[in-house]
Design a protein around this ligand. Structure first.
Ligand code: FAD
Length: 342
């Protein structure tokens, strides 16, 4: 079978693209190396999302499930646990061959929506971090139930750290520290943190050492963390049970380097209709970049819509739009953004 469109990655971008390709009744296959839902499902299922339109807030796993259910309802086929290793355009047949760990496929168009690829939480590289990993040291959004009644130190100053602190404030004794002199997250989170009497926060404060000791059950776990104020150099030993490190993720998008796509850093260069340098191959979501790019759920969705519609124009060539138009030469000097679907 030749698929009209094969989408690599079933995160918010890929699933949004599928919604639009199915609206066009294109046969649509999504392959995901892990589980459908992307970062929502795998990185922050228990984090509330406050900036997705139409929801006051929604938990990561619930939002991820909605994306998947809608794409399935529209008739997309989603295969999980299938890692794509290669894509190559076949000029003779004008199709694209996609190879995964489970098989080989042929498609008339491909949408690359692989997000950050494989993720690994960034480490703080301080004494005790590796030793107590899994024994009090955690990464990302900590589970509220596990933290209930405990003393939690959240490390980091971006959205993830601020959200982690806010999500625990009702159940735990929370301290938040950040190395820099300013928070780096959304103003709304900063405002909530500063207004909360339940969160102790310290800027310009770094971790010196995570210390442990025998718990009541005899297990060796986190007991305290030594922190230092970078301005005054004063140190303090905080009694702590859980250290929630939220200083970002290392994204490994190495695999797309072998696919012949034009890259900018670790991202695929695309335009406003999500075209790449390979005819018939589009990119959307965190893996795609262009001037003014934001890595957000809402932009992943809108880029998915553009990529899905561009794949439609490319494959079906409806009268209104032609492939020629999609791949038109720039009209004016400096105008490198061809017109997309209306
Ligand atoms: C901790 C954290 C909190 C965040 N909170 C928010 C927030 O509150 N609001 C917001 O707007 N944004 C938030 N973001 C950012 C948001 O999650 C991303 O912008 C969004 O997930 C991008 O969607 P995507 O579909 O491009 O990528 P992803 O969600 O990363 O999905 C990509 C999918 O592709 C799959 N994949 C990767 N490589 C392959 C391969 N070779 N073969 C097959 N499948 C592959 C992956 O398994 C994954 O399922 C947050 C990010 C993090 C890390």
């Amino acid at each position: 079978m030749i698929w009209d469109v094969l989408i690599i990655g079933a995160g918010p971008a890929g699933l949004s693209a599928a919604l639009f390709t199915r609206m066009r009744r294109m046969s649509t296959l999504l392959l995901d190396t892990a589980v459908a839902g992307g970062q929502l499902a795998s990185l922050y299922p228990k984090k509330p999302v406050h900036d997705f339109p139409s929801y006051t807030y929604v938990m990561g796993d619930a939002l991820g499930r909605n994306f998947v259910e809608q794409a399935r309802h529209m008739g997309s086929e989603i295969r999980e646990g299938e890692h794509v290793t290669m894509l190559a355009r076949d000029e003779a047949t004008n199709t694209i061959r996609v190879t995964s760990t489970k098989g080989a496929y042929e498609a008339r168009s491909v949408i690359v929506a692989t997000g950050g690829g494989a993720f690994e939480p960034r480490k703080i590289k301080k004494p005790g971090e590796a030793e107590f990993a899994g024994r009090g040291v955690t990464y990302g959004m900590p589970d509220a139930e596990t933290c209930r009644g405990k003393r939690v130190l959240v490390i980091g100053g971006g959205d993830s750290a601020l959200e982690a602190a806010l999500s625990l404030k009702e159940v735990a004794d929370v301290t938040l520290i950040h190395m820099l002199d300013k928070w780096q997250g959304m103003d709304a989170y900063v405002e909530d943190i500063q207004a909360s009497p339940r969160i102790r926060w310290m800027l310009q404060t770094e971790t010196v050492e995570i210390r442990g000791g025998g718990g009541n059950g005899g297990e060796d776990a986190v007991r305290s963390v030594v922190v230092r104020n970078k301005k005054t150099e004063a140190t303090e030993e905080l009694p702590i049970d859980v250290v929630a490190i939220n200083v970002g993720y290392l994204m490994d998008a190495k695999i797309v380097r072998q696919w012949g796509l034009e890259l900018e850093g670790n991202q695929i260069r695309s335009d406003n209709v999500m075209k790449t340098n390979i005819p018939g191959v589009f990119a959307c979501g965190d893996i795609a970049t262009y001037p003014g790019k934001y890595k957000l759920l809402i932009t992943a969705c809108s880029e998915g819509a553009a990529a899905g519609n561009s794949a439609y124009i490319y494959v079906r060539q409806p009268k209104k739009f032609t492939v020629g138009e999609l791949y038109a030469a720039p009209k004016d000097k400096g105008d490198t953004q061809p017109t997309g679907p209306a």
